[in-house]
Design a protein around this ligand. Structure first.
Ligand code: NAD
Length: 356
């Protein structure tokens, strides 16, 4: 394992830096969770600012009764990236996670991979950082209280990102599983929040300027009813991210301004799958670049209908690649066959037989 240099010499191009789970955790803790989220959010925001540079397409999804497996590719013309991710809400009943992921960056010029990384932890971080970036533009100014409905794997990451980037100070937690709420409150104890554990979604949203819904259920769920959502709030809707899997009552959508990552994908997967396909939405990059307005009055309800888009994973991998430089938080994988003579792949195989 050697420190990653900015550009590797061609003779080592077959060796791919690999960030395993242990090294990802070490890297995050080395940087500091809040600093990591702040730095990551700046990469995500920078890539939204150059939105037009990216190849964009709805992710490729393979659905089953139990969940979904998705591939999320994009490229900025110089670097290509993709993430493999699943979503299986019943997994936790069997001791498995709802969401797991890994991802790759590759050099467009040669087509060779330049980074392979775990992305289960990184997805939680990038989802939270993206939510906080959206909220910076959309949440009511001075909102310091956030309700989090769904206190599973993503919840703490969301809380810390909103604390670090949006100055949220009070959390109101609710989950149908009380143990999940207890776990979440315990994990967040050292992060300076005032934490209230609530007995219902209705009580969690009381007094909250920001409402994060981050539940997992493969159904048209109604986590928030229309009468639970008062004027002026920002809803950070994370859990509805798949056809047939939503969290908000349709009536809330009809009286809100809706912001999405990439409309063609969100119309298939997000809360807006419940609406007419021409219902107006604004893409987040338009707000970030100033091409469209975000929050414009105190009574407006804003919804970030998040499903997760490939550019955010690209930004996250790009950040990891830069952050690894000079550290030892990666291994080197001999992943690409590297014959002495490029056309003699078969000869390389035969020579290996001789050696063994
Ligand atoms: P998880 O299974 O670890 O946690 C989900 C929690 O929701 C569980 O604790 C469960 O008890 C709770 N829950 C289910 N129904 C509820 C209800 N009606 N009211 C209150 N709580 C309820 O899952 P996770 O990894 O935290 O992911 C949460 C959701 O976020 C999933 O649906 C996942 O697909 C989605 N997700 C979205 C993005 C994105 O970019 N938008 C990224 C990652 C995950």
């Amino acid at each position: 394992m050697k420190p990653l240099s900015g550009s590797r010499p061609p003779e080592h191009i077959n060796i791919v830096p690999f960030v395993n789970v242990d090294n990802m955790m070490k890297l995050v803790l080395h940087v500091g969770i809040q600093t990591f989220l702040i730095e990551l959010s700046s990469y995500i925001e920078a890539d939204f600012l150059r939105w037009r540079h990216f190849d964009k397409s709805p992710r490729l999804a393979s659905h089953s009764r139990e969940g979904v497996i998705e591939l999320m590719p994009t490229s900025d013309g110089q670097t290509y990236g993709f993430k493999y991710v699943n979503g299986h809400p019943k997994n936790t009943q069997h001791g498995l996670q709802t969401v797991t992921a890994f991802g790759v960056l590759a050099d467009v010029g040669s087509g060779y991979p330049v980074l392979l990384s775990e992305m289960t932890i990184l997805t939680a971080l990038r989802t939270a950082a993206t939510s906080a970036v959206a909220a910076k533009y959309l949440a009511p100014k001075g909102a310091k209280t956030m309700a989090i409905i769904g206190n599973g794997a993503q919840a703490e990451f969301q809380a810390i990102a909103f604390g670090a980037l949006c100055n949220v100070r009070t959390l109101r937690l609710y989950d149908v599983d009380r143990q999940a709420t207890d776990k979440c409150a315990k994990n967040l104890a050292g992060f300076g929040f005032e934490i209230e554990k609530c007995n219902s979604a209705q009580s969690a949203v009381e007094g909250a300027g920001i409402i994060t819904t981050v539940t997992a259920d493969k159904s048209y769920a109604t986590i928030l009813n229309d009468n639970m959502v008062g004027e002026g709030v920002h809803i950070n809707a994370i859990g509805g991210d798949c056809p047939g899997k939503t969290e908000l009552h349709r009536d809330i959508l009809l009286r809100s301004d809706i912001f999405v990552e990439y409309a063609p994908q969100t119309r298939i997967e997000g809360e807006i799958q419940q609406l007419d396909k021409n219902h107006p939405v604004v893409e987040l990059w338009e707000v970030i670049t100033g091409a469209a307005g975000g929050r414009n009055n105190r009574r407006q309800i804003t919804i970030f209908d998040s499903v997760g888009f490939a550019t955010e994973d690209f930004s996250a991998l790009r950040y990891i690649r830069d952050r690894l430089a000079g550290t030892r938080y990666f291994d080197e994988l001999d992943m690409i066959a590297d014959p002495d003579e490029p056309k003699d792949l078969f000869g390389m195989l035969l020579r290996a037989q001789t050696v063994s």
